[in-house]
Write a protein that binds this ligand. Structure first.
Ligand code: FAD
Length: 304
C-alpha cells in the first residue's frame, strides 16, 4: 500500500465513536497528522448497535459538562462537516418515585442550570399533561431535560470521521493493530500487516477489545485495562396507533424520552412505536472464562 503512513503524531486504535471523536478533536486542535486504525469497518464494534440516547443528566459536574458539550456539538456537527444526520432533541422526563430521588434531581438541576441546561422540575400532573400516556400514581415528581434526545450513532461516527479527514487526518480501515514496540527515545511503533507507523502517542479506543489492546503495552509498564464485557439489549415494539395519533396531533414531534433509574429502564419513541431499554440487574458477563474466550472478530454481530 504505497500511501500507507510511516509516521504520525498520534495513532488511534479503534474506529468506533470514541476513536472517531478523538481523531476529530485532535484535528480540530491542529493535530491533523494523526492516523486511526480500524480492524474492520468504522462502527463495527459496539457503536453500530447503540440505541444512541444522548443524555446530559449526571450527578457528576464533569460528566454533565462533557455530555452538555456533546449535545451542543451534535446539534451543529452535521452542518459543520457537511454530513447531515438524524439528531432528535426530544427532551426527557426522568421519573422520581421517592422524595430522596427528587432531592438528587434538584441537585442535578442546579448544576444543569449553572451549565446552561434549562432543566425543570415538574409535578406528576404537569408531567401527565406533557406525556398523556404516563401513569403517575407512584411518582413524586419528574425532572425535565429539554436537551436530552437521541442520535444515529453510525451517522455520528461517519460525520466525525469526515470532519477529521477533511482536516487532513487519516483513517485506515480493515487494518488491525497487531502490536506495539517502544523505542529507546520513548516513541512508539504500531505494527500492522500493512506496515509500521512510528508515533509519539497511541490512543487505545478499541472498545470491548481495549483490554486486549492494552496487553500490547504490558511489556512497557502498561497496566491491565480493568473491564468486563456484558450483553445488553433493547426491544423495539411494533407501531402503536395511539402514539402515531398523538404525534400527528402535535405536529410530528416525538414524545420525550422516559428515564426511570429506580425501575432501571429507558423508554423512547422510535418512529411510531417504542424502544425499551432495560439496564439489566442480572446482566450476564461474557468472554470471561477459559471456555468462553473473546473471539478474534465480533464485527457487526449480536448475541442470540
Ligand atoms: C444495545 C446497546 C445499546 C446502547 N445504547 C447506548 C445509548 O443509548 N447511548 C450511549 O451513549 N451508549 C449506548 N451504548 C453504548 C455504546 O454503544 C458504546 O459506549 C460505544 O459505542 C463505545 O464506542 P467505542 O468507540 O468505545 O467502542 P466500539 O464501538 O466497540 O469501537 C471499538 C473499535 O475498535 C476496533 N478494534 C478493536 N481492536 C482493534 C485493533 N487491534 N486494531 C484496530 N481496531 C480495533 C473494533 O473493530 C471497533 O470498531 C449501547 C450499547 C449497546 C450494546
Amino acid at each position: 500500500m504505497s500511501d500507507f503512513p510511516t509516521k504520525a503524531r498520534v495513532v488511534i486504535i479503534g474506529g468506533g465513536v470514541v476513536g472517531a471523536s478523538s481523531l476529530y478533536h485532535l484535528a480540530k486542535k491542529g493535530w491533523s497528522d494523526c492516523v486511526l486504525l480500524e480492524k474492520n469497518e468504522l462502527t463495527a464494534g459496539s457503536t453500530w448497535h447503540a440505541a444512541g440516547n444522548v443524555p446530559t443528566f449526571s450527578t457528576s459536574w464533569a460528566i454533565m459538562n462533557m455530555q452538555r458539550y456533546s449535545t451542543e456539538l451534535y446539534a451543529r456537527l452535521g452542518d459543520e462537516v457537511d454530513y447531515p444526520m438524524n439528531y432528535h432533541q426530544s427532551g426527557s422526563i426522568r421519573l422520581a418515585h421517592t422524595k430522596e430521588r427528587m432531592q438528587e434531581f434538584e441537585r442535578a438541576l442546579s448544576m444543569g442550570r449553572y451549565q446552561g441546561i434549562p432543566m425543570e422540575m415538574w409535578t406528576p400532573e404537569e408531567a401527565r399533561e406533557r406525556y398523556p400516556f404516563l401513569e403517575t400514581h407512584d411518582l413524586a415528581g419528574v425532572l425535565y431535560d429539554p436537551t436530552d434526545g437521541d442520535i444515529d450513532p453510525a451517522q455520528l461516527t461517519q460525520a466525525l470521521a469526515k470532519g477529521a479527514r477533511d482536516m487532513g487526518a487519516k483513517i485506515i480501515r480493515f487494518c488491525p493493530a497487531t502490536g506495539v514496540t517502544q523505542q529507546e527515545d520513548k516513541t512508539w511503533v504500531v505494527h500492522t500487516d500493512k506496515g509500521d507507523i512510528a508515533c509519539d502517542y497511541v490512543v487505545n479506543a478499541a472498545g470491548y477489545y481495549a483490554q486486549r489492546v492494552g496487553e500490547m503495552f504490558e511489556p512497557y509498564g502498561g497496566r491491565k485495562v480493568p473491564m468486563m464485557v456484558m450483553s445488553h439489549q433493547y426491544l423495539l415494539t411494533e407501531q402503536i396507533p395511539e402514539i402515531e395519533a398523538w404525534s400527528k396531533e402535535n405536529g410530528g414531534v416525538k414524545l420525550p424520552l422516559i428515564r426511570d433509574v429506580d425501575v432501571s429502564y429507558y423508554l423512547r419513541q422510535e418512529k411510531h412505536g417504542y424502544n425499551l431499554g432495560p439496564y439489566e440487574p442480572n446482566c450476564k458477563a461474557h468472554w470471561d472464562t477459559d471456555g468462553d474466550v473473546m473471539p478474534d472478530d465480533f464485527s457487526f454481530q449480536l448475541w442470540q
